[in-house]
Design a binder for this molecule. Structure first.
Ligand code: FES
Length: 385
């Protein structure tokens, strides 16, 4: 019955003819799908077996783990990307993303740099318990925080806080080791100079290469310190970089740094599209966020019914994903920051709070999906994993 209607359309005969020609002489690419998938999985594996070949002390609270592949192959990555480590600790299956701090031209190993986090289950384990030779399981490289020569300016202005220096160390090393035609300014904020990871290395590169400009900014300087102090303000940035036009701005650090620095950049007239922010985990103090329901305290506990079966308890102040993991539930994850969408769950009833910056797709909003890594329960919930 339908064919006669299609025939009414202009070009119907031409399309039928083309389909016939394709069938007769063309290639059916669908038959190659499996072999293409196999090749892609080989080059970009979703899981990798690594082991620790070296542990390097950086600061009193930071170490770098050098990781080599157990099967001799490490996929390529872009400076700024991360891998997620998958671990089982105290009966909890969990994951953590760590930016690769070594440059992509170093193909024999990845380095990840870990700073101690207060009560950090994974960071404390990696800093205190792992040793040379231990095995680790990880994802392949992932993430959107990198320099794209097609869209981004050749001059990069980078603002880092604490362990947020790691992607920039990778980028800087790539620039100097590969002789890339790119200039980089790096403003690196820390409480005191002893906390500045890679300080000597970055200072030395800055002294040797004209296109590398490294500037530590110290909040609580010790006596005799002569560099810039306080926060990384728009005025300081303007003074060092000159005219902000034709420069792309990259930020990596704690949320508080974004809350302060982004308005400072906007005050300089820098358009939003020129400001790129790396993901940096779920907010530690969600109750301080704009829009958080004041009457709900971080320790308030809500019941979460999962897949119509067991009901678990989840604290308002911690991400829903963490509550699920603590009960031994398996949930996909990579970034744990709202970027990759791996951890989406469907909310059947109840309500969660997600910070405004979480990029939720329109269709997810429409059908009730949330990123569980950055969603905090504010009512009893029924969810589907
Ligand atoms: S793990 Fe990436 S969005 Fe949640």
């Amino acid at each position: 019955m339908k064919k006669p209607i299609f025939k009414e359309f202009d070009g119907y005969n031409g399309i039928v003819e083309e389909i016939e020609t394709s069938r007769k002489y063309g290639t059916d690419y669908a038959v190659y799908r499996d072999s293409v998938d196999k090749q892609i999985n080989l080059l970009h594996p979703s899981r990798m077996k690594l082991h620790i070949s070296e542990i390097i002390d950086e600061t009193s609270s930071t170490k770098t783990l050098r990781l080599v592949s157990q099967d001799g192959y490490l996929p390529p990555f872009l400076a700024g990307q991360y891998i997620a480590l998958f671990l089982e600790l105290s009966g909890i299956r969990t994951s953590r993303p760590y930016t690769i701090s070594s440059p992509p031209n170093q193909t024999g190993f990845y380095e990840i740099t870990i700073r101690r986090v207060e009560d950090g289950l994974v960071s404390n384990y990696l800093l205190d318990e792992v040793k040379k030779g231990d095995g680790l399981e990880s994802s392949g490289p992932a993430g959107q925080f990198y320099h794209n020569p097609l869209f981004h300016d050749r001059t990069m202005v980078c603002i880092a806080g604490g362990s947020g220096i790691t992607p920039f160390r990778s980028m800087i090393r790539e620039i100097v080791e590969c002789g890339l035609e790119r200039a980089i300014y790096i403003f690196y904020g820390n409480k005191n100079l002893n906390d500045a990871i890679f300080h000597d290395e970055l200072r030395s590169l800055s002294d040797r290469f004209e296109n590398i400009n490294y500037l530590p900014v110290i909040e609580e300087p010790q006596e005799g310190y002569e560099g810039p102090t306080g926060f990384i303000t728009g005025d300081l940035i303007r003074e060092i970089i000159g005219e902000p036009a034709e420069k792309t701005f990259y930020l990596c650090g704690p949320q508080g740094m974004y809350d302060f620095c982004v308005p400072e950049l906007e005050r300089l007239g820098i358009p939003k599209r020129k400001i790129r922010k790396d993901v940096y985990g779920a907010p530690a103090h969600i109750c301080d966020y704009p829009g958080w329901p004041e009457e709900i305290k971080a320790d308030e506990v809500f019941a979460v019914k999962v897949d119509g079966g067991p009901t678990i308890e989840a604290r308002a102040g911690e991400p829903l994903m963490l509550a699920l993991e603590k009960k031994g539930m398996k949930i996909s994850s990579l970034c744990r920051s709202g970027e990759c969408s791996k951890c989406r769950v469907k909310i059947l009833s109840g309500k969660v709070f997600q910070p405004a910056w979480v990029p939720v797709r329109k269709s997810d909003r429409q059908f009730g999906y949330v990123h569980s890594c950055v969603s905090f329960p504010v009512a009893d919930l029924e969810i589907l994993l």
